[in-house]
Write a new protein. Sequence first.
Length: 226
Amino acid sequence: MKVEQHLSELLAAILPHVVFDGWSQTSFDCAVADLKMDPGFAAMLAPRGALDLAVAYHRQGDAKMRAAYQGSSTDSLKIREKITLVVRLRLEAIADKEAVRRATSLFALPQHAGEGAKLIWGTADDIWDVLQDSSRDVNWYSKRATLSAVYGATVLFWLGDESPGHAATWAFLDRRIENVMQIELAKAKIRDNKPLSAALAGPIWLLGKIKAPQMRDDLPGRASKF
């Protein structure tokens, strides 16, 4: 049996315990006991215990999102509609809202905040990747930073949303995407405004020197996966 399969089994086993004890050592130990797995082997699979499983759970959601989007008919959609769809698919890939709620609390802790930021960045990167983003300049960074903020805010709203079919969340998402599109429109207006472009020639030239990383595995949120 492959390591990935053992990890997947351990992840499935911890979820029922996360509801009660969060992504904790207690939950991890219970999952190991449920599987009758050797504790040493479990520690090899997830050296940081429940934290590693929480990371794996998030990345599992990213993988489901990619598969769902690639299986959708999107040829007739505009870029705004594609972004909205893929963010929605990412949320719909979550089967257990409580697991995400507990993970949000975990990654809000100072010692894990960096890990949480990497995961959100990784999700934004996956989204732009599945949308076949071709930017390799400073826009590569700005797109991911902006979408990270949109996704993070939408998740927090979704966690507290009790509207039928999460209708309030989708409306919230639409408003956030509209904000992003307004920013892009403003950037386009600056480029088309010759006097303003001339005045900002220096900063624009400097930003033009910024390039996307050559090795994607070195990116935040792009650490080695299980």
